[in-house]
Design a protein around this ligand. Sequence first.
Ligand SMILES: [Zn+2]
Length: 323
Amino acid sequence: MGKNAVKRQILEYLICPECLPAESGLRLENFRSRDEEIIEGRLECPRCAKAYPIIDGIACLEIGPQETLAPSDVGPSTSAYESPEVLSTYLWTHYADLFGDPDVTQAYSRWAAQFAPTSGAALDTGCATGRFSFEMSAKCDLVIGVDASMSFVATARRIMRERKLSFTIKEEGLIHSEKSFILPPEWNPAKVEFVVADAEALPFRSNSFACVASLNVIDKTARPLEHIREACRTARPDNAQLLLSDPFSWSEKICAPENWLGGAPNGKFTGAGMENVAHLLSAPNQPAGPAWTIARRGAVWWKIRNHRNHFELIRSLFIKAQR
Ligand SMILES: [Zn+2]
């Protein structure tokens, strides 16, 4: 595998997120490659002429004004998800079981257990530092993780290349300790790729994925209904599995109350978000493609660690659906 290059096999899935709902394939231009992987280059849309950069192996397919970001640029940022402290927090949540930390929950293996092994590709929306994508590599032929955070995707790709990582976590005040982990042998990073993209405008062709996951993303997006529509659009019309899980922690800072899918005092999505999402998926006029059958509903405990003695415990309610 190349040192820092995007896997060429994902290119056939990609379309221009700016042109959605039109599906315009992207042309690879000005690229530097090694074997089946692309190190640098541009993905150009012939329809709207927007060019999406590939920087150090990271394809950046976000909508909105073009930014010129490099992984080394992720210092002080407007997004909370780009700060080193938040990165460390997510790495702990994703991987602490691999270094034997007794305080972490088993959320990711419990979510992964919801998927039956299948041929075809999986999509992990809001993949953060990649834990769930790696888990899915044991169940599918190819896994694509997407996240809007350059720093998360750069870190996930580093774990993908090296199969291991050392990072520091806060113990107390200014005292930190170093933690290291190695991916278990049953996970196959050669089947995994990560790209930067928006959960509400997924840069993938319709009907592409055998498995689609949205884990703790719904309440983190400004347009949750669009995100669910995109998850449904990119899933195959049949023989597909979908896992949506969320604590429904609606926040006016992230999403205007009129766009919430639950917890609203009035409007279409009053009441519990979990019920509304289940109804959306199984309704005949559901977001995109054929209606889903709800196979299972449940909850997993998910934990964030702020320091040695400070944790946030979150109950994420899940729906496993198939069609
Ligand atoms: Zn376009």
